[in-house]
Design a protein around this ligand. Structure first.
Ligand SMILES: NC(=O)c1ccc[n+]([C@@H]2O[C@H](COP(=O)([O-])OP(=O)(O)OC[C@H]3O[C@@H](n4cnc5c(N)ncnc54)[C@H](O)[C@@H]3O)[C@@H](O)[C@H]2O)c1
Length: 251
């Protein structure tokens, strides 16, 4: 097993990509902290993992709230004694409104979850990683980290920022044994975009049909890449940005 003896925190693990990563890591021997701000869905992920005979606990946390993050990290450490892997996955979509229609509150809310969240969680986890002299942080960014388009203004700005955060953090902490990388998914079948995928005439659906894979990805596709990045198979990979989009962004 590729993650035996490792302890992993995954934010937003009550649904979609985060849930798939949590299950994949647990199958590979990790002890998984499933975190989400929705209690029921997080507990459901833990149930799924336990039903497969693997180990997980749920700790509720809103990634945009400092107190929640302090508790998430201190409880993870008291449960398992260390943190080897952090997946900053929690995120929300943003609207497509014109800049003049975006309120300061809406801007702040999407930024708080998608960009300040990974900052807060990483800031709180890194001291524990420095103690053991190794760590692995994976940020779930987006194709909107590289290109403008259907993400809308706030989401695209936040995800571009998350890529910069990934690179700078990698640059600063690689020498201390901490690897930091980003995954940039294209359209993936999760609740975040399921409404779009049901509309055959939506621009995203039309482009998907024309792209090399010809369809949206599954959360499990992203989970396999997240497993590679968390494992020693990728030990020379620092500060990288992996597109996983079925070719959606090549044209
Ligand atoms: N689905 C896609 O097509 C796609 C594409 C590119 C990037 N992404 C990114 O992948 C990540 C996961 O998205 P998904 O598609 O699985 O979405 P999802 O909506 O299925 O899951 C997101 C999870 O994050 C949780 N969450 C939201 N705000 C939170 C907060 N403040 N604190 C803690 N948890 C919170 C939600 O409760 C939910 O369980 C996001 O960062 C998203 O931006 C998704």
């Amino acid at each position: 097993m590729r993650l035996s003896e490792r302890v992993a925190i995954i934010t937003g693990a009550g649904s979609g990509i985060g849930r798939a990563i949590a299950r994949e890591y647990a199958r590979e021997g990790a002890r998984v902290v499933v975190s989400d701000f929705v209690q029921e869905s997080g507990e459901e992920t833990v149930e799924l993992i336990k039903n497969e005979g693997n180990e997980a606990v749920f700790i509720r946390a809103d990634v945009s709230k400092e107190n929640d993050i302090d508790q998430l990290v201190s409880q993870s450490l008291s449960n398992f004694g260390k943190i080897d892997i952090l997946v900053n996955n929690a995120g929300v979509g943003g609207g497509l409104a014109a800049i003049t229609e975006i309120s300061t509150e809406e801007w702040q809310q999407v930024m708080d979850i998608n960009l300040t969240g990974p900052f807060l969680v990483s800031r709180t986890v890194i001291p524990a990683m420095l103690k053991t002299g190794k760590g692995n942080i994976i940020n779930i960014a987006s194709m909107a980290s590289l290109a403008a388009g259907r993400g809308g203004l706030i989401y695209t700005t936040a995800k571009h920022g998350l890529l910069g955060f990934t690179r700078q953090l990698s640059f600063m902490y690689g020498a201390y044994g901490i690897r930091v990388n980003a995954i940039l998914p294209g359209p993936i079948e999760t609740p975040m975009i399921e409404r779009v995928l049901t509309m055959p005439d939506h621009p995203v659906s039309m482009k998907l049909r024309a792209c090399p894979a010809g369809k949206a990805g599954k959360p499990e596709d992203v989970a396999r890449l997240a497993l590679f990045l968390a494992s020693d198979d990728s030990e020379f990979i620092h500060g990288a940005a992996y597109q996983i989009d079925g070719g959606y962004t090549i044209f």
